[in-house]
Design a protein. Structure first.
Length: 191
């Protein structure tokens, strides 16, 4: 064999260093891509949970606007339809009411603070829900004092029995990522 053919033969392959550098670059790119996919999955789960929470809130709001009626108990006059996050994972839809006799004696009874909050004895839970995929309500977003009530029949928004607030925030989180659901005093719900 000539020297020329030996030189050409050596240039046909990769050196060990070239292979190691290529493998290191592939490992770095793979790690980066996996991290992006993980973040995207967390954001997708947060988005789906936020959408479900907002849907329940909007259902409460639209039920208040349509003057929701309890067919099982005609003796009740519905004062408001509400949403409350009762724990880190649980939230529910409820309504507050007065009995028909009390309402006939005082048609403004539903304007009283006690009927525009979750913290009343005269409420009925309509449905219970859970956050999914390891998503949690932030510590300041749940508890009996962290709810909203949409007053029947106009859908005015009350938080803790008062309609004197700028906005009510519900924060859901998974790990270090979060989404904030906002209800303003005009009833606009967004996230």
């Amino acid at each position: 064999m000539s020297k020329k053919s030996l030189k050409n033969k050596r240039k046909n392959g990769f050196t060990l260093i070239e292979m190691l550098i290529s493998m290191a670059m592939i490992a770095i790119l793979t790690g980066t891509i996996l991290q992006v996919v993980k973040i995207s999955e967390i954001n997708r789960i947060l988005f789906l949970n936020a959408n479900e929470v907002v849907s329940v809130m909007r259902f409460a709001q639209s039920s208040a606007l349509t003057a929701f009626f309890d067919e099982e108990n005609a003796n009740r006059v519905i004062c408001g339809i509400g949403f409350v996050a009762t724990s880190q994972t649980d939230y529910l839809l409820f309504y507050t009411y007065v009995n028909r006799a009390s309402y006939q004696l005082n048609p403004n009874i539903c304007n009283q603070t006690q009927y525009l909050t979750y913290n009343t004895n005269q409420k009925k839970i309509l449905n219970q829900f859970k956050l999914k995929g390891g998503v949690l309500f932030n510590a300041g977003s749940y508890g009996n004092n962290n709810g909203v009530v949409f007053k029947v029949p106009y859908g005015e928004v009350y938080s803790n029995g008062s309609n004197n607030f700028n906005s009510k925030n519900f924060v859901i989180q998974k790990g270090s990522s979060s989404k904030t659901i906002i209800i303003n005093s005009f009833g606009q719900i967004s996230f």
